[in-house]
Design a protein. Structure first.
Length: 386
């Protein structure tokens, strides 16, 4: 074993202790582990084991054995059985990779380049196998009733993080990974407790929809494909999720290719922040539908001005609903009146009332720009739900 490997071997226990400190500091679930669970999941012992075996095998240029992979899977199984969540284990896997690379680079000298390349190359190849074993073990430990939901969540998180998808995740579900996905983000006005979030995941499991909670009030769904057909399927799944949540929600969506879904998620989340609150979403709102509202939302002084301007619409009979239908039907009077179940002359009266209270003609260029944006900000407010 050469110099670099000797140095790393001498630092195994020190690096393992540091790794445990990082996990405990960075992973919130590890900060509140019940008494005894810390020992059961063996954070320190496993950190020592994986470092020693990596050095032994990389130094001999041999792969992880089936016994090694079995040990990794068993550790993950115990962590799943202890109730540790998918997000926490995903975070731990990322931290482990970062720490291992950092430990190597911290002690590498200029004449260790050959050993450095050998060690990093071994980690790259065997890290994929170790990760697969870990995910298999974790899935086996969550219990039969949660296996499908867990695989769907792991698949969703891998896709949204632009990470390689383990064959276990998709193949075990009987689904193929598509080349493109529609990412839908649903936001609830209130945070949901864990059991309620689990109900939402369970409601989507029969359709094999990859789903992951990003926060207690925010969940992401992935629907394979793109275009109108995919959006229709995605809207159906979104409605299932909102129904399971049991209250009005905001929905944003974006399409993208596998390997670029992290960016799609960002756009979908931004759109969801300003989308209308709906009990049964009428459509999936994308950037093209909401870019004005998104820009206004990011500019507080303009948003405040627009909200003050919009308050004048509260003085008339259903003026906000009228304008929403008017603009939603491309300012077609007959279609807007039909959507509102009123006579076109009644619609004309309401539009005239808008002109009176705001001083802006809804059919003018200024009216379309200002009033449509004002209505968009109003219907995104939890106090306005239809």
């Amino acid at each position: 074993m050469s110099g670099l490997f000797h140095v790393l071997r001498d630092r195994v226990e020190e690096n393992a202790r540091h790794a445990v400190e990082v996990y405990t500091r960075e992973v919130s679930e590890y900060q509140v582990l019940p008494s005894g669970v810390d020992d059961k999941i063996g954070m320190y012992d496993f950190a020592v084991f994986i470092r020693r075996r990596s050095l032994e095998l990389a130094g001999a240029d041999t792969p992880l054995t089936e016994g090694d992979l079995g040990t990794i899977a068993e550790v993950a199984r115990e962590r799943a059985a202890a109730g540790l969540s998918v997000p926490s284990q995903q975070q731990v896997l990322g931290l482990h990779t970062a720490l291992m690379l950092r430990e190597i680079h911290e002690v590498t000298r200029p004449d260790d380049i050959g050993d450095l390349l050998r060690m990093v190359g071994w980690l790259g190849a065997q890290g994929v196998r170790a990760r697969g074993a870990y995910l298999r073990g974790y899935t086996s430990g969550v219990g039969t009733s949660r296996v499908v939901a867990t695989r769907l969540e792991l698949l969703a998180r891998a896709l949204l993080d632009d990470e390689p998808v383990e064959p276990l995740l998709a193949g075990g579900l009987g689904v193929r990974v598509s080349g493109r996905y529609t990412v839908s983000v649903i936001r609830s006005p209130t945070a949901l407790p864990p059991d309620a979030r689990a109900e939402v995941v369970g409601a989507l499991a029969p359709s094999r929809t990859p789903v992951a909670w990003l926060a207690p009030d925010e969940v992401a769904l992935l629907t394979p494909g793109a275009g109108d057909a995919a959006r229709t399927r995605a809207l159906a799944r979104v409605r299932d999720a909102v129904s399971a949540i049991g209250g009005p929600c905001q929905v944003g969506a974006a399409e993208g290719p596998v390997g670029g879904l992290a960016e799609s998620l960002t756009w979908a989340r931004e759109a969801s922040r300003v989308a209308p609150l709906e009990r049964r979403p009428d459509r999936l709102y994308a950037v093209a539908d909401l870019f004005v509202e998104m820009s206004v939302f990011r500019t507080p002084p303009v948003d405040d001005w627009l909200r003050a301007f919009a308050r004048s619409l509260g003085s008339g009979p259903d003026l906000v609903a009228t304008l929403r239908a008017y603009y939603g039907n491309d300012m077609n009077r007959s279609a807007a009146a039909a959507a509102l179940h009123i006579h076109p002359r009644t619609l004309d009266y309401r539009l005239q009332r808008v002109r009176t209270v705001t001083g802006v003609d809804p059919g003018s260029t200024v009216g379309v720009r200002v009033l449509s944006a004002a209505v968009g900000r109003i219907v995104a407010d939890e106090r306005y739900v239809r």
